[in-house]
Design a protein around this ligand. Structure first.
Ligand code: NIG
Ligand code: FE
Length: 426
């Protein structure tokens, strides 16, 4: 019998595994047939990995409670994998509450951007901010995400648009990665906007000749870890050719491609992502039928962000149903940023169900295994399978769907958040 396993969660009314055959992602049919155990238990070993998951009876027969550091009795509660947020911009200074009022009065996202607000406003404040202040606000935002059930989150740079501030942001993300339990996937997004006073061609040249080479040096010297590369491929920002050259350069450095595309205008971003072997393309409110087919074929995940369409009152919400029907790997993200101030993946799933017509099972798969796939982490995260990270939520409810059904209710529904077998919210 093993001694000192970290955690036993026993007698849960439901344990939602998501999948149990080592699948790296789910598509429509399997998203609607999630693997659920009624009356189950989960064992997490001393290494923080899942050691066993099964019926409460089988686990009881195999393990003695005295061998665990901690036992949680989950009678009348549900266990789910920790949520994965596949798209956030959490490092910035200066909020934009004043712009929310402008947008409510009718200004579009690009109206605000062209007037020097939007990303430019945040860039100005973030450039001026001390790293310690950026870290303090990042930490408190990540704690909010974690409280709402997120245990793996993608974090972008992109409010520097020049070398020094982009590196400052990535270093702040790295410090958070080393000092907080939440799992982080970091993204260089130096091509988030064209900096004031530069043309898109000049900005592209700066990224290719100055920013990426320095990033490569820091990464090779082991001084910085970066996982993904991102570009905002959009009219008036980076066109398809600039996007291609930046993403290709990042790919050559070993970064995963995961970028903003087809948000405000159809740009053929989806096709470009498929062609370059992108792990994911985000947004896609304006994706074409051809783009959907290309992504399904290439197994490039679509990271859909229901908060953006909601806050900006887009006529077109992301075409989740068309994508699911075509076999696209659909994932979800909060898009947390000063424009879309949402830290809650349960709210994101609720919006995905109501506004994008996803089923609750599809939304949960999109916010777990498929979001992990979009970050290249679905071999270790996103489902409750043996040898994956022991990241899970325990819900104060007898059916897991309460996590989505109770709009804005995570404070009541989420009873525990657990990362690698340690309770981080109780
Ligand atoms: O994903 N579309 C571009 N980027 C962000 C918004 C960033 C901002 O407005 O600060 C997004 O929605
Ligand atoms: Fe974004």
């Amino acid at each position: 019998m093993s001694r000192n396993d970290r955690l036993l969660v026993k007698n849960a009314k439901q344990v939602v595994l998501i999948c149990n055959n080592g699948e790296k992602y789910l598509t429509k049919q399997s998203m609607n047939n999630l693997c659920v155990i009624e009356d189950g238990s989960v064992v997490i070993g001393s290494d923080g990995l899942i050691k066993a998951v099964g019926s409460a009876e089988a686990i009881r027969a195999q393990y003695s409670e005295s061998s665990f550091d901690r036992v949680i009795d989950a009678t009348d509660m549900c266990v789910l994998p920790g949520l994965v947020d596949a798209h956030t911009h959490p490092v910035w200074a200066g909020d934009r509450v004043h712009e929310f009022a402008m947008k409510l009065a009718g200004a579009t996202y690009m109206d605000v951007h062209r007037a020097g607000g939007g990303i430019h406003f945040t860039v100005e404040h973030t450039r001026a901010a001390a790293p310690s202040d950026l870290l303090a606000s990042l930490r408190s935002r990540l704690m909010r995400l974690q409280r709402a059930g997120t245990t793996l989150v993608e974090c972008k740079s992109g409010y520097g648009l020049e070398l020094q501030t982009e590196i400052k942001m990535l270093e702040v993300i790295e410090e958070a990665r080393c000092s907080l339990p939440i799992n982080i996937s970091s993204t260089y997004c130096g091509a988030h906007a064209v900096p004031k006073g530069k043309t898109a061609a000049e900005a592209t040249e700066d990224i290719l000749l100055v920013q990426l080479p320095r990033l490569k040096e820091l990464m090779s010297a082991g001084k910085l870890r970066v996982d993904n590369i991102d570009v905002f491929c959009e009219q008036g920002v980076f066109d398809l050719d600039s996007t291609r050259s930046i993403l290709e350069a990042g790919k050559e450095m070993g970064l995963n491609i995961n970028f903003h595309g087809d948000e405000l205008h159809p740009m053929n971003s989806a096709q470009l992502g498929a062609e370059l072997g992108a792990l994911a393309v985000s947004h896609l409110e304006e994706v074409t039928d051809e783009g959907i087919v290309a992504m399904a074929k290439a197994k490039t995940a679509a990271v859909l962000l229901p908060t953006t369409a909601y806050i900006l009152r887009y006529c077109n919400t992301p075409r989740a149903r068309d994508m699911l029907d075509a076999g696209v790997i659909v994932a979800l993200g909060s898009d947390f940023n000063p424009n879309a101030y949402c830290c809650s993946m349960p709210i994101v799933m609720h919006l995905a169900c109501v506004n994008m017509r996803m089923s609750m099972s599809e939304a949960l798969a999109a916010a777990t295994i498929n979001a992990a796939f979009a970050l290249g982490r679905s071999h270790t995260h996103g489902s409750l399978e043996v040898n994956k990270h022991g990241d899970l939520l325990i819900l104060n409810a007898t059916r897991w769907e309460h996590l989505i059904y109770q709009l804005g209710g995570h404070q009541e529904t989420i009873r525990y958040v657990i990362i690698k077998g340690s309770v981080v919210y109780d």
